[in-house]
Design a protein around this ligand. Structure first.
Ligand SMILES: Nc1nc2c(ncn2[C@@H]2O[C@H](COP(=O)(O)OP(=O)(O)OP(=O)(O)O)[C@@H](O)[C@H]2O)c(=O)[nH]1
Ligand SMILES: [Mg+2]
Length: 296
């Protein structure tokens, strides 16, 4: 019997949803950062074996929205709850319980889908503390299972898969076996640039960054791809920060992004980045599409 089904990853920002999805599929489909609200749309990661295909749906962290983009991100996450066979509710053992988790559990009460509690970052909190958290959460909600894991080290990942599989019905292979994500290459390239910009900026700047790919064009007769991209921020002061002294920060963003894009595309890359200001773009729904954010 071949099983196939959909698994949502839900939780507060920064709990490790994207890290876990990448670890489960063994590839980088979603970008990761130590800043909350990194993921902005639903990203599918696909794991195919001889006996099953699991389609993981990574989602934006659920938070109190401060702008229209944030509102839409949270809507995407809550909508995902209804599309799946099983939900993984991630909590951060290192950060501990919080009001944000309780809000999410209230939303989970509204859906009939089984929910597995995943206590992540056990490597950081220690196993004892992680297990204590698991007990605490289990007293608040009727979970269909619990796993204490580390997405970073891979600890207990197989145990988690074993807990997911009973909820996955018999079904067809929806995607080709070598496909790991539904994200277009163009979007992943934009996301890799954004990831490096997030790594190298602080405070309000990371949240204001969006990336638009202007062109991706292979150079005829050569193993080289030209990529031009615009990096948007919301204010002039942020533009200065992203560019850095004598352009040093932008150069570093470009170098780090280029290395990963070359690995992704299997070709040398010439990457040109420009920084532009688009005031308040996070509140302007029409501007999102250029950033690959189709959040309908
Ligand atoms: N120590 C430790 N760090 C982790 C673990 N999993 C994730 N992290 C770190 O936690 C931070 C957030 O990880 P992400 O995967 O981007 O978190 P997310 O839940 O997808 O965040 P949003 O997309 O903002 O909602 C990163 O710095 C990760 O390296 C883990 O198991 N252990
Ligand atoms: Mg994420």
């Amino acid at each position: 019997m071949f099983r196939s089904g959909f698994v949502a990853l839900i939780g507060r920002p920064n709990v490790g949803k994207s890290t876990l999805m990448n670890a489960l599929i063994g590839e980088k489909a979603a970008i990761i950062s130590n800043k909350p609200q990194t993921t902005r749309n639903q990203i599918r990661g696909i794991l195919t074996t001889n006996s099953y295909q699991l389609i993981f749906l990574d989602t934006p962290g659920i938070h109190k929205p401060q702008h229209k983009l944030g509102e839409k991100m949270v809507q995407v996450s809550l909508r995902t709850l209804r599309e799946v066979d099983v939900i993984l509710f991630l909590v951060d053992a290192a950060a501990g319980p919080g009001a944000g988790d309780e809000y999410i559990m209230k939303q989970l009460e509204e859906v009939k889908t089984p929910v597995i509690l995943v206590v992540n970052k056990m490597d950081q909190s220690g196993e004892e503390k992680a297990k204590e958290f698991a007990k605490h959460y289990a007293s608040l909600f009727a979970f269909a299972g619990t796993a204490v894991i580390s997405a970073l080290t891979g600890a207990n990942q197989e145990i988690l898969i074993e807990k997911i599989l009973p909820f996955i019905p018999e079904g067809p292979q929806y995607y080709p076996e070598d496909m790991i994500t539904d994200q277009p290459e163009r979007f992943i390239v934009a996301e890799l640039i954004r990831e490096k910009a997030l790594e190298l900026t602080e405070e309000e700047v990371p949240h204001a960054i969006a990336v638009e790919i202007v062109s991706i064009s292979p150079r005829p007769g050569r193993d080289l791809i030209d990529i031009q991209a615009n990096l948007y921020v919301e204010r002039n002061s942020q533009k200065g920060i992203v560019i850095g002294k004598h352009g040093a920060r932008l150069k570093e963003i470009g170098q780090r992004a280029r290395q990963e894009i070359e690995a992704l595309l299997g070709s040398q890359v010439y990457l040109e980045l420009w920084v532009k200001v688009k005031p308040d773009w996070r509140n302007k729904v029409g501007s999102w599409q250029a950033f690959g954010l189709e959040l309908e």
